[in-house]
Design a protein around this ligand. Structure first.
Ligand code: G4P
Length: 539
């Protein structure tokens, strides 16, 4: 391999995730990106596809029953010169820690907003994780084919609710049935879409004309043109300069308008997104320093583990994000935590649910490794180097329950099941500290994970479990000079320990957290588990 090949492959890659609230149109937009990328030829209606998915996806009954995807997959496709990795995050309102964790493998995010609904609760949560990870966030305002809120209003909301300034890269012409096109502010060009084929099965026809051209008057009415010019003037006067640095630093979010359903604005968005979004970025190493993607030696980290995708095989798949170098089929790698060489068996790359074997992969790509139980989230694989990437954090769960085996004789099986699901990162298991309280507490990010937990422990370990929900909403790891075990149980909080014996306090709500913070100003209450060197991890 020549280094220039590595550089080329890195430069053309874009690895990102779409963050949104359910129903904003993520499935629809994803499908349209695949359509424009040539990965599919005709976009079906979301409904038809859902019906098909019921028929084909059978790895977990819950998935079928609910008609939602419980786990996330990675879509890889080419778009013009780019290799695109779209990390699909579970988007149902009962989302999980996986949704958050997937963002640690992304180099940028697209925040999808329903024009009528604006910023919604799940968008806010995911936005905060992107902020913590310091990745650039692009905004796509969807459903312009319906009447929604005024674009200026939405810009305002982003600033007020999320604290990020939106910088419109394009501006919509009309809304609802009068949504005609978008104006590209950098090129000063109007893209007008053809009203034919509005159901969006195939790419929409469009014409691009400079705003100052004579011809523009033949496609836009005087009123449309006047309104557009007024809007632009307002933006130009009021807004600050767009720079890539501000975008990369997460200070401004490039904003786009369109309709994933009719395809209006999808191409103008994706072209500019791919131009501005970063190629695979360097990753921080434990103990300091960074690993550049163009370093010839292969390295990567496991950000997600999924078990039993195929009920016929009861296998586990570890998802590895490549950080540097080149992966080639059949290679071995050094497993830093285990301190030994492992063969990267049966790697597959994911196109929707179909797994295909791959020959090689590059930084930014995600490969699925067959896992006989040797990987954990956060593990680093290298080409013989003793380095570790900074761990994939554990995020604060938001729902808690005490868990018991219905039949006390099946307690061992239950514990095995809990351990398995904790290793996959589906749940977090905590130990109670109060005297005589032996049953573990399980914490999850989305309440659906409780059902997943019950279903899987029963189906895979033969233990029927009972969950007693607890009235807590927040968990905070506690760092500070004194032992949080001395905290008393005051009804609105409880002290527990995590798998590494680190203390956490569970709080009933924000108010209880603020109260504790005021009472113990010398303590820090962290929403992410404090970093620990993977080699020091217990168990
Ligand atoms: P999600 O993955 O974010 O949950 O959203 P999904 O794509 O499933 O879209 C949710 C609903 O919104 C779907 O309607 C979809 O057709 C619709 N939708 C998505 N993009 C657009 C858009 O640009 N314009 C309009 N008007 N609708 C859009 P559905 O579930 O079929 O319900 P319904 O349309 O029958 O009410």
């Amino acid at each position: 391999m020549s280094d220039s090949q590595l550089e080329r492959e890195v430069a053309r890659r874009r690895t990102f995730a779409i963050i949104s609230h359910p129903d904003a149109g993520k499935t629809t937009l994803t499908e349209k990106l695949l359509l424009y990328g040539g990965a599919i030829h005709l976009a079906g209606s979301v409904k038809a596809r859902r019906a098909r998915r019921h028929a084909t996806s059978d790895w977990m009954e819950i998935e079928k029953e609910r008609g939602i995807s419980v786990t996330s997959s990675v879509l890889q496709f080419n778009y013009r010169d780019h290799a695109v990795n779209l990390l699909d995050t579970p988007g149902h309102q009962d989302f999980s820690e996986d949704t958050y964790r997937t963002l640690t493998a992304a180099d940028s995010a697209v925040m999808l907003i329903d024009a009528a609904r604006g910023v919604e609760p799940q968008t806010i949560k995911l936005f905060k994780v992107c902020r913590m990870r310091r990745i650039p966030i692009f905004t796509f305002v969807n459903k312009l084919d319906r009447y929604g809120r005024a674009p200026l209003d939405l810009m305002d909301e982003l600033e007020k609710v999320l604290g990020i300034r939106a910088w419109p890269m394009n501006w919509p012409i009309g809304m609802g049935p009068e949504f005609r096109g978008v104006y590209d502010r950098r090129l000063r060009v109007v893209h007008v879409f053809s009203a034919e084929g509005r159901h969006g099965e195939s790419e929409v026809a469009e014409r691009s004309l400079p705003i100052d051209s004579e011809e523009i008057k033949t496609v836009l009415t005087d009123a449309e043109l006047r309104q557009l010019k007024e809007d632009i003037e307002l933006l130009d006067v009021g807004g600050d300069e767009f720079t890539l640095e501000k975008c990369a630093a997460g200070q401004i979010s490039p904003m786009f308008f369109g309709s994933a359903m009719t395809n209006f604005g999808v191409r103008p968005f994706f072209d500019v997104f791919l131009e501005l979004a970063p190629s695979p970025t360097p990753r921080a190493l434990y103990g300091g320093g960074k690993r550049e993607p163009t370093t010839p030696k292969f390295s990567g980290f496991v950000f997600k583990i999924q078990a039993n995708m195929d009920p016929a095989h009861r296998d586990r798949i570890a998802f590895l994000r490549i950080v540097s170098g080149r992966y080639t089929k059949g290679m071995s790698a050094y497993h830093s935590r285990l301190g030994k060489e492992v063969r990267l068996a049966n790697p597959s790359q994911f196109m929707a649910a179909e797994r295909t074997s791959i020959e090689d992969a590059w930084p930014g790509d995600v490969i699925g490794l067959f896992d006989p139980g040797q990987y954990r989230i956060g593990d680093t694989l290298t080409e013989g180097e003793r380095i570790e990437f900074e761990g994939v954090p554990r995020f604060s769960p938001e729902h808690f329950a005490i868990v018991r085996a219905k039949d006390p004789l099946r307690r061992k099986q239950m514990e095995k099941g809990l351990q398995q699901l904790a290793e996959e990162g589906t749940i977090q298991v905590f130990q109670q500290l109060s005297m005589g309280m032996k049953d573990p507490i399980v914490g999850v990010v989305g309440a659906l994970q409780f059902e997943v937990l019950q279903y899987r422990v029963q189906a895979e370990y033969g233990a029927h479990i009972v969950l007693d929900r607890l009235p807590f909403q927040l968990a905070r790891w506690v760092v500070g000079p004194h032992d949080p075990k001395s905290f008393d149980w005051e009804g609105n909080r409880q002290t527990v320990t995590d798998r590494d014996g680190k203390p956490l306090v569970l709080f009933r709500d924000e108010w209880a957290l603020n109260h504790a913070q005021e009472k113990y100003p010398e303590l820090r209450f962290l929403a992410e588990a404090p970093q620990q060197h993977p080699l020091d991890r217990a168990g």
